[in-house]
Design a protein around this ligand. Structure first.
Ligand code: HEM
Length: 409
């Protein structure tokens, strides 16, 4: 930005020329011109790993729009209400049985990752036994690493390993989908049961292959992002005791209003106003994703430059989230920025915007707040490494895994 322009600059990503848009105007241009001036674009390596038959399956594009609608239906707040007690029970069980112990030190990041992964396995396709979850989670990391690498398919490259791991993930998911289809009429309350009921335009059920693509895409879109965001919130709670105290006060009031063992509800989540401001400030300072790519559908005039038809673009939350014009003293952790009318339009964009805005944003909010509720009401937390940093990458992560001392109340 300093070298070329604060609005847009050109760079190269995985061998592609990419125009990077910086700031609210760029965000607005992308979010309001989906399907008119820009269309979503995924790097080849990502496409080939998530959807290996992408180039072969001409119905894929229709599939994408079908998925688009399904995502919004399955992940809207009304549909997610029923999952809050399940999330609450899982968060409690995780903090009770999975390595978090009073008067001990834990490496929080891998534990939060595990919890978020298990939550998705339960809520997406009702898989809860540790072995089945491991069969999906083990190849998941190499699959994800391959998605953001140069597409050179050799056994020792990240891409080659990613392709192999992606096949493994798909095979495991296909087994789950097929087994459930055989069961028919089960009582499960998960996304898979809803997917199996769906029919395409010809009234036919979706193929196993399409359902698997949907779930691999959903896991990729949801896992690292939500785990990163939840970790950031805990990171800042441990960093700023005065913020932790205010969150604890809010969460204690909610806990006291409930009978012993009673699970959290949507109404409780709505009362978590300060905690949600803290979570939003965490993902302002450390966005969980680096943004998304598009392709210009026509020559685009923007900020005195021309982005030619066919060129790839990237909008990124980092540039507007750290701009002092939109967020005074941008490095300061200050949840009060979200009070009142909050940030100006197109400046706070952790979930994107326009018709492509992240359909999982309410799921992510619930997952974060349910974890925060249970964590702060169970433990006081203190950082072991005081100057640890959050590092941005595919998803932001703490540089040393966020070691925490845990104390009982
Ligand atoms: C804090 C966590 C999350 C963050 C920061 C995040 C961020 C994003 C962003 C920036 C986009 C691109 C939006 C655009 O192009 O304008 C996106 C898309 C998407 N997200 Fe999320 N996301 C999160 C969690 C989730 C979860 C939990 C799910 C699913 C349960 C999910 C599912 C998706 C899907 C399916 C898309 C593609 C939508 C489309 O192209 O139509 N995300 N997300």
């Amino acid at each position: 930005m300093e070298k070329y322009s604060t609005d847009v600059f050109l760079t190269s990503v995985l061998g592609e020329k990419v125009a990077v848009l910086c700031g609210a105007q760029g965000n607005k241009m992308i979010f309001t011109n989906d399907g008119k001036l820009v269309t979503p674009w995924l790097p080849l390596s990502l496409r080939k790993i998530i959807i290996p038959d992408f180039d072969l399956d001409s119905s894929y594009i229709e599939g994408v729009s079908l998925f688009h609608n399904i995502q919004y239906d399955l992940l809207k707040p009304e549909a997610l209400r029923q999952y809050i007690p399940v999330m609450d029970a899982m968060a409690r069980a995780h903090l009770r049985d999975d390595g978090w112990k009073p008067h001990s030190t834990v490496k929080a990041q891998p534990l939060i990752n595990k919890y978020i992964f298990e939550l998705a396995c339960r809520l997406f396709f009702n898989v809860t036994d540790p072995e089945s979850m491991q069969r999906i989670s083990r190849p998941f990391a190499p699959m994800r690493n391959g998605m953001m690498s140069l597409p050179i398919d050799l056994p020792w490259t990240a891409y080659g390993r990613g392709i192999k791991a992606g096949k493994k993930v798909r095979e495991e998911m296909a087994k789950i989908v097929e087994a459930r289809r055989e069961e028919r009429g089960g009582e499960e309350t998960d996304l898979l049961s809803k997917m199996l009921e769906l029919k395409d335009e010809e009234g036919k059920c979706l193929s196993v292959n399409k359902i698997v693509s949907f779930f691999v895409g959903l896991m990729v879109a949801s896992y690292d992002t939500t785990a990163s965001a939840a970790t950031s919130v805990v990171f800042f709670l441990a960093e700023y005791p005065h913020v932790y105290e205010k969150v604890l006060k809010e969460q204690k009031t909610i806990a006291k209003s409930k009978a012993p063992g009673e699970k959290l509800t949507w109404e409780d989540i709505e009362k978590m106003k300060y905690s949600w401001n803290v979570a939003r400030e965490a993902i302002r300072l450390v966005p969980a994703t680096p943004g998304t790519f598009q392709e210009a559908m026509a020559d685009i005039s923007f900020a005195g430059f021309t982005i030619p038809k066919g060129m790839k673009t990237l909008w990124t939350p980092h540039s507007s989230h750290h701009n002092p014009e939109y967020f005074p003293d941008p490095k300061k952790f200050d949840p009060s920025r979200f009070e009142g009318s909050g940030p100006a339009p197109y400046t706070f964009v952790p979930f994107g915007g326009g018709p492509r805005i992240c359909p999982g944003r309410t799921y992510a909010k619930l997952a974060m707040l349910v974890l925060v509720h249970n964590l702060v009401t169970m433990f006081r937390i203190e950082k072991v490494i005081p100057h640890e940093k959050m590092i941005s990458g595919f998803a932001a992560t703490p540089s040393h895994g966020l070691h925490l001392h845990l104390y009982p109340h």
